[in-house]
Design a protein around this ligand. Structure first.
Ligand SMILES: C[S@@+](CC[C@H](N)C(=O)[O-])C[C@H]1O[C@@H](n2cnc3c(N)ncnc32)[C@H](O)[C@@H]1O
Length: 221
């Protein structure tokens, strides 16, 4: 097994390490739904999975990905893809490394809110989803606007002002369990949520944002 890199960045690597150590999934097909130019997170995905589908809305970004192993690049709006009723591929693991704040045409998307539930439907045997959560969004230097704050309130409900790990864990668990209960095809409504801090306060960083690993179904036995 390859060593975990860049421990200082924590989060993503720790989550992958956790999955690998516990062999919670058979590492086969992964989706990097917001691949970018193939930065460190996509590279780690390529190192960890046999087959990776890298999606990005920008072809120029996908073209600059250094290909290694089995990677298939698809230029598309990945939120539209995940929402489409014709899933052509299912995945063992989905990584949502979406842009911050509002984005897309008419700023209609907000962070991972529009693709989390659709992503659940594209998991083989259900499985894990990893998503990045800004736990202190109003302290970031990003442009704040009413639309964005409104989306946050709607998604996180009463805990939007107190985005502690405990509160966020409950929100993700509730949202996904409610969705699974509606589905007639899923076998399990079990959801386990684990948080991996991205910044280490020990290293002097003031922010502690999180990668949330959402284990859907009975993958954590
Ligand atoms: C945070 S970056 C991804 C970084 C990348 N995962 C890495 O490892 O370095 C977000 C990416 O989302 C892409 N993006 C924005 N809207 C999108 C959409 N609707 N569908 C697919 N990709 C989108 C952007 O082009 C950008 O490359």
């Amino acid at each position: 097994m390859k060593p975990v890199k860049e421990m200082r960045c924590g989060g993503f690597y720790d989550a992958i390490w956790y999955l690998k150590n516990r062999t919670l999934i058979e590492f086969d097909n992964a989706l990097g739904a917001f691949a970018g130019v193939g930065g460190f997170r996509l590279r780690q995905l390529m190192e960890s999975f046999d087959n990776v589908v890298a999606m990005d809305i920008r072809q120029d970004y996908l073209s600059s990905i250094t290909k290694s192993g089995s990677i298939y690049c698809k230029c598309c709006d990945s939120i539209e893809y995940l929402n489409s009723s014709f899933p052509s591929i299912n995945f063992d693991f989905i990584h949502l490394d979406n842009p911050f704040g509002l984005f897309g045409p008419d700023s209609k998307y907000c962070e991972h809110f529009d693709c989390l539930i659709p992503a659940v439907k594209h998991l083989t045997n259900l499985g894990p989803i990893l998503t990045y959560v800004i736990s202190s969004p109003y302290e970031h230097d990003e442009p704040r606007n009413a639309g964005w704050i409104d989306r946050h309130r709607k998604f996180y409900g009463e805990c939007y002002e107190s985005m502690t790990v405990e509160n966020l864990t409950k929100v993700y668990q509730r949202i996904i369990e409610e969705e699974l209960k509606k589905s007639t095809s899923v076998r399990s409504t079990q959801v386990t949520v684990k948080a991996f801090p991205r910044y280490s306060k020990d290293c002097g960083d003031s922010l502690t944002d999180y990668y949330f690993l959402i284990l859907v179904g009975d993958c954590e036995k």
